[in-house]
Design a protein around this ligand. Sequence first.
Ligand code: MTE
Length: 338
Amino acid sequence: MLKRDPNATQPKFIYLNRRHFLVKTIPLAAGALLLAACSPEITPIPPTRANDSPKPQPTAPPALAASEIPPALAHTTAFSNVTADELGDPLNNFEQITNYNNYYEFSLDKEGVAGAAKNFTTSPWFVEVAGMVNKPGTFSIEDIYKKFDQQEHVYRLRCVEAWSMVIPWVGMQLSDLLKVVEPKPEAKYVKFTTVMRLGEMPNQSTPILQWPYVEGLRLDEANNNLTILATGMYGQPLTKQQGAPIRLVIPWKYGFKSIKAIVRIELTDQPIDNTWRNAASNEYGFYANVNPQVDHPRWSQATERRIGEFGRRRTLMFNGYENQVASMYEGLDLQANF
Ligand code: MTE
């Protein structure tokens, strides 16, 4: 098992307290180093929260009025009533998925994100697609609903902190959008940027991370069938805390790659300096493929806590999507390229 920095383990509260102290006095990069991309869950197993149940039970989300559902999304709003992923593991319920979130622009408290994002404005919304493409364009969210097939995709989400959920997303394949804009032959990477909204996203006025939040994929990863732009969940439009109105979901990578509230997608030939790698390159890489054999310097990645379950389960290589994605990494040293 590779340990990049075996001496670095320390309880969450210590480095968070140090961060609060240091953020005022030191530059961004050093301050961000002390923050976890998702705070780690260090053994022993963290105390079970009050809303945890022994097994996640699929629960229907609160019904929306017809007027709250964008017309072009209406055909997806009939949730298929699937109850488990392809491995037979039950879906997390709507309450769990929407009340335990990472969205640092709003809050560092996972259970506080829903409240902090409540008044975030998600309409009107436009996504600019630019860079090395033959047909750049700006798409309104309504254009996106209309032009691109929105389907249900049940995926496991595995956070780098070692917790996970099973989520029934609604979304489109990113490759469908890329086909329309026609990447030029020299394009190698896709860069994604979250909206900058100082008036509504309080932490964008603090130096806890470099803003706006940025993520990136290699072009072949972006074109993989599993990679989606999600616009909904449980058959309804995405909630604000989940990154409404549109976010990325890449199920074989750690959750921090799944960037929320996207306003710009750029095709480029330059490697992408993604936010968490920029904050702490010894802890968070560009690839961020789920890999139980490569530990985070401060905690093990061999097991994870499925939200709603007691105990821990083994983490699967590529989060259980090995058959669909491993061929993209043939010949790549997965320990060096974490
Ligand atoms: N996107 C933005 N813009 N800001 C963030 O803080 N957090 C990431 C990712 N996308 C984050 C983000 C992390 S660390 C994770 S684990 C997932 O979102 C969490 O998604 P969820 O809240 O829907 O579970």
